[in-house]
Design a protein around this ligand. Structure first.
Ligand SMILES: Nc1nc2c(ncn2[C@@H]2O[C@H](COP(=O)(O)OP(=O)(O)OP(=O)(O)O)[C@@H](O)[C@H]2O)c(=O)[nH]1
Ligand SMILES: [Mg+2]
Length: 409
């Protein structure tokens, strides 16, 4: 039986970052185990900090009151980075106040298209890294492809800096699950998906051999989760928590299904494992990726031992758009406090640079070059032409930067 998950401290920066931390703290039915030991939210906007609900008041920190007057930085990520550099001492105090010393890792969360999260997060990562000897991970929300062009430039510059300052960055694309203008309800659902996927990843991470380099250094990952009520578990009020609502559209179906109340045969269990694996490994992924270009795929099945005991996993058959090596499948169990009634699959796609990230970088470089001599808005109006001109087999722009994108700080 597993002992505990990898324990993390969360630092949410800006509106999206704060909301993601709020969502993390709201989940009480974790699939594997609750990975969170400490959390705070940092913003330049007083109102957005006040709008949070689960982050304790003492862990909501307003920065840059001299420059931003508590009203945010209005997408100016350079200003946000400047504030973070100026308020280093305060950031060190905030970190000292968190249980980072007892954590296995720190996770910084932000929407990369705005000002505060995009500008401050890389600076905070640099601060935390210099203070503590544990991995610092980034979780970045990429802006919708049809959002204001300044968001593209912000996201590209922030991601470039964030990668340099963190061990690994998890990417989620607002495009993948939402329309251009998500309403609050859509954001809430999106945030729950992000949080449950990443929380489950931290839940299983310590069940992987340490020499198995799960998260490549300075790499990028897309993380996808699928979860269902186990076929042999009767549905009760108790197992209809967040995961049932989010991941099991077939809840009513299973309720009506006699399988839901009977002992399932090993072949039914195997079919269900195949089904969750197939769904987790199939598009849409958390970011737009070309399935045939992915360098590394890690697949996990999470289910109680009793469920897996008589199931022959070597007989699994999966046909998905990405190349899978099922001999490397990680089998994980929930801890005693995790969900013992669910069968879940987690799929992590890792690369040094996904196509959608290269495209983001190219767009941003083109904008940056153009905006050096003309108004931003004029340059951005020409963006569709710039993109049309780009040949499909253009060499991938390195995210590590060849000096083309100006550093944030
Ligand atoms: N998934 C998700 N994305 C969000 C959420 N809130 C904002 N975003 C996106 O995140 C990006 C950054 O927005 P914010 O987080 O509001 O920006 P900020 O970091 O507070 O920066 P400023 O408001 O400019 O100071 C934008 O692309 C938004 O569309 C959220 O709750 N969930
Ligand atoms: Mg804001």
């Amino acid at each position: 039986m597993k002992s505990r998950s990898v324990q993390i401290t969360l630092i949410g920066v800006g509106q999206a970052g704060g909301r993601l931390v709020d969502t993390f703290l709201d989940v009480d039915d974790w699939l594997v185990d609750d990975p969170v030991v400490g959390a705070c939210a940092i913003d330049t906007s007083r109102a957005y900090l006040q709008n949070l609900s689960a982050v304790p008041d003492a862990q909501r920190h307003l920065l840059g009151t001299d420059r931003a007057k508590g009203h945010g930085v209005g997408s100016d990520n350079e200003l946000a980075a400047t504030i973070a550099v100026e308020e280093r001492a305060k950031i060190a105090e905030i970190s000292d106040d968190l249980p980072i010393a007892e954590s296995d890792a720190v996770l910084l969360l932000a929407g990369l298209g705005g000002g505060t999260g995009s500008g401050m997060t890389p600076v905070i990562a640099e601060r935390v890294r210099s203070q503590y000897d544990i991995p610092v991970y980034g979780l970045g929300i990429l802006p919708h492809s049809r959002s204001a062009p300044i968001q593209t430039l912000n996201a590209a510059r922030s991601l470039q800096s964030l990668r340099q300052q963190t061990s690994h960055v998890f990417l989620f694309d607002n495009d993948a699950w939402a329309d251009a203008d998500p309403d609050e309800e859509t954001y809430r659902e999106l945030n729950e998906r992000v949080v449950t996927s990443i929380g489950t990843l931290f839940g299983v991470m310590d069940q992987v051999d340490s020499d198995d380099n799960l998260l490549s250094t300075n790499g990028l990952s897309s993380v996808g989760l699928t979860s269902e009520s186990a076929v042999h578990i009767p549905l009760t009020k108790e197992n209809r928590g967040l995961f049932s609502r989010l991941w099991s559209p077939s809840t009513e179906q299973s309720e009506a299904n006699p399988i839901g109340t009977d002992e399932a045969t090993p072949s039914m269990r195997r079919d269900q494992i195949e089904e969750v694996l197939h769904e987790a490994a199939s598009p849409p992924y958390s970011i737009r990726v070309e399935p045939n270009k992915i360098r590394q795929v890690e697949l996990f099945v999470i289910a109680p031992e009793s469920y897996l005991s008589e199931t022959d996993l070597s007989a699994l058959e999966l046909t998905t758009a990405i190349q899978l090596d099922l001999t490397d499948l990680h089998i994980c169990e929930p801890s005693p406090s995790g969900a013992s009634d669910r069968v879940s699959a987690l799929c992590i796609l890792t690369d040094d640079c996904f196509d959608c990230v290269s495209e983001l970088m190219e767009e941003a470089i083109a904008m940056q070059n153009d905006t050096s001599c003309v108004e931003v808005s004029e340059a951005l109006d020409r963006l569709p032409d710039l993109l049309k001109d780009r040949s499909t087999d253009t060499e991938v722009t390195s995210v590590d930067g060849d000096g083309d994108l100006e550093p944030l700080f």
